[in-house]
Design a protein around this ligand. Structure first.
Ligand code: CU
Length: 136
């Protein structure tokens, strides 16, 4: 009788571990899918850009300069754990062409550019973050 109880307990534990493992596997797969989505973004805001330093290598937005054709769109994705914005112009002189508002972590912002030109932008929260869109 005791042997039977022990073997039932062991089988129960094995089943629970198997279930737990299959859940953790599906969790990892979800993370991979999330990463795929991020890679599809045209411009990312990487981690730790909420502190000065990224401007030294011009990688507060990656890429910091992006060239597209007229009528194409760009998607920015905030990969950082802090809020960021995509705001047209420069910190001292914003020009009100576009403004994403505060993007939460992993939130994205998409904009279509219908006119040829050079569009500078920055982050209202972190003045050292600067980027540029060139529409040809
Ligand atoms: Cu920012």
């Amino acid at each position: 009788m005791l042997k039977q109880i022990i073997s039932i307990v062991i089988i129960g534990v094995v089943i629970l571990v198997t279930i737990a493992l299959s859940f953790s596997n599906s969790f990892i797969e979800e993370n991979v899918e999330e990463t795929d989505l991020i890679i599809k973004g045209d411009v990312i805001m990487p981690t730790k850009v909420s502190r000065p330093g990224c401007e030294k290598n011009d990688n507060c937005y990656i890429p910091s300069i992006i060239v597209i054709e007229k009528g194409e769109k760009i998607t920015w994705i905030n990969e950082d754990s802090a809020f960021h914005t995509i705001t047209s112009g420069f910190y001292e002189t914003p020009n009100d062409l576009f403004d994403s508002g505060h993007l939460d972590p992993f939130e994205s912002y998409t904009l279509t550019f219908d006119e040829v030109g050079t569009y500078d932008y920055f982050c209202t929260l972190h003045p050292w973050m600067k980027g540029q869109v060139i529409v040809e």
